[in-house]
Design a protein around this ligand. Structure first.
Ligand SMILES: *[C@@H]1O[C@H](CO)[C@@H](O)[C@H](O)[C@H]1NC(C)=O
Ligand SMILES: *[C@@H]1O[C@H](CO)[C@@H](O)[C@H](O)[C@H]1NC(C)=O
Length: 376
């Protein structure tokens, strides 16, 4: 009997060892959503180790995870389709996102029962649809109590995932989360210890620092890697997560495949932090954003002047009264070099359909180099 128990624990010890090695692999991630303009069949999954399918939602009545009727077909096919071109790619079902109702997540996270409904339905759905993991994008908890409850939610989630893996004999589902650039958002602190303990890694949203809707009066680099003056940057953000207690190995840097277009006050004053007057109509009506693909076309069509700033690691371009902050290949290359040099886990792109002929995805993947095969 004693030997049997020893063997039993030895088995779990080695299983843990194998899976934790597997999880230390690099993350070359990318998000996809259905109406992004790129069909599932056209995703070049060979350029990624992990693909995130966005977004499943919380039903506030049942506190269960649900997929909208329009998304059903593509979410069901997601994993099998992307694995055709790259059998070792891992897929995660992403939950929530910037447009989800954050209040409903706060209510769900309050009680043991509602958390359990959410967690159990999420695990069930992920397994039914063949995903390898779940990615919680609650943007953002709205109170100190929400933050505390997020910590409890992640404890419960991890426990349920471990139990499910033991019972099913399958590899544990990944559990990740998209988080703000720093561990403090809207004046509230993330439950850093729970985050560090329970998540496989964090997708750090190292972008949207500035935008014509929320910083209308001057242009700026929305996803700069460095800023020695303001310290609002991707490197400062990831450093603050490390400082707060999350290991570098759990941090994945977000790289935007999009930019923001401002309207310059004076077409002759077109530097960084030049006076601006909100969004340019070159960008989207709602927030002035443009995909990388649109920006590259805009540059050609308008003979825009492009500037790469190596101090901050960020690109911008201008033509007439339009000024656009974005990441081109040099920025992407330098960001990935930074991520590798600092021994972060990897990078992710929001979002894969915004690329132009896979140029940024290829640049990022090749800069990192060939990735080790995921442990099966
Ligand atoms: C968000 O969710 C809360 C709680 O379920 C609900 O009271 C509120 O009406 C929702 N807001 C929107 C815009 O749907
Ligand atoms: C590059 O960025 C630095 C730091 O913000 C700034 O001082 C410098 O003027 C920028 N150069 C250009 C050409 O925009």
């Amino acid at each position: 009997m004693a030997n049997f128990i020893k063997l039993f624990f030895l088995f779990f010890f080695f299983q843990q060892l194998i899976f934790s090695n597997g999880q230390n692999n690099v993350v070359k991630g990318g998000y996809w959503f259905r109406d992004s303009g790129l069909s599932l069949n056209n995703i070049d999954s060979t350029l990624f180790t992990h693909l995130f399918c966005a977004f499943a939602n919380l039903n506030p009545q049942s506190n269960q995870l649900v997929i909208s009727p329009e998304d059903q077909d593509s979410f069901r096919q997601f994993t099998s389709i992307v694995m055709r071109k790259n059998p070792s790619v891992k897929t995660l079902l992403s939950i929530g996102g910037g447009r989800a109702n954050r209040t409903a997540y706060g209510i769900m996270a309050r009680t043991t029962n509602s958390r359990k409904s959410f967690i159990d339905s999420s695990i069930k759905l992920a397994r039914q649809l063949g995903f390898h993991g779940l990615d919680l994008d609650w943007e953002y908890p709205e109170s100190t109590i929400d933050m505390t409850n997020l910590g409890i939610l992640l404890d419960d989630f991890r426990a349920a995932i471990n139990t499910e893996a033991r019972n099913s004999g399958k590899a544990s589902l990944f559990l990740t989360s998209a988080v703000s650039n720093t561990p403090r958002v809207n004046g509230l602190n993330y439950p850093v210890q729970s985050v560090a303990r329970n998540l496989d890694w964090l997708n750090v949203m190292s972008y949207d620092f500035y935008g014509p809707n929320w910083s209308p009066s001057q242009t700026n680099s929305h996803a700069q890697l460095f800023d020695p003056v303001s310290h609002v940057s991707g490197s400062d953000g990831t450093a603050s997560w490390i400082q707060a207690g999350v290991s570098a190995q759990k941090l994945v840097l977000g790289i935007p495949f999009y930019g923001y277009a401002w309207q310059l006050v004076n077409a002759n004053n077109h530097g960084l932090r030049a006076p601006a007057n909100g969004k340019s109509n070159a960008g989207s009506i709602d927030d002035g954003s443009m995909t990388y693909n649109q920006i590259k076309n805009y540059i050609v069509q308008n003979r825009a002047t492009t500037v790469y700033n190596a101090t901050i690691v960020g690109d911008y371009c201008y033509s007439g009264n339009t000024w656009i902050s974005y990441d081109d290949t040099q920025s992407v290359r330098n960001k990935v070099t930074y991520v590798k040099g600092r021994k972060l886990r990897g990078y992710f792109a929001w979002h894969v359909a915004a690329d132009q002929n896979w140029l940024l995805s290829k640049t990022a993947s090749q800069t990192w180099g060939a990735s080790p095969q995921a442990v099966k």
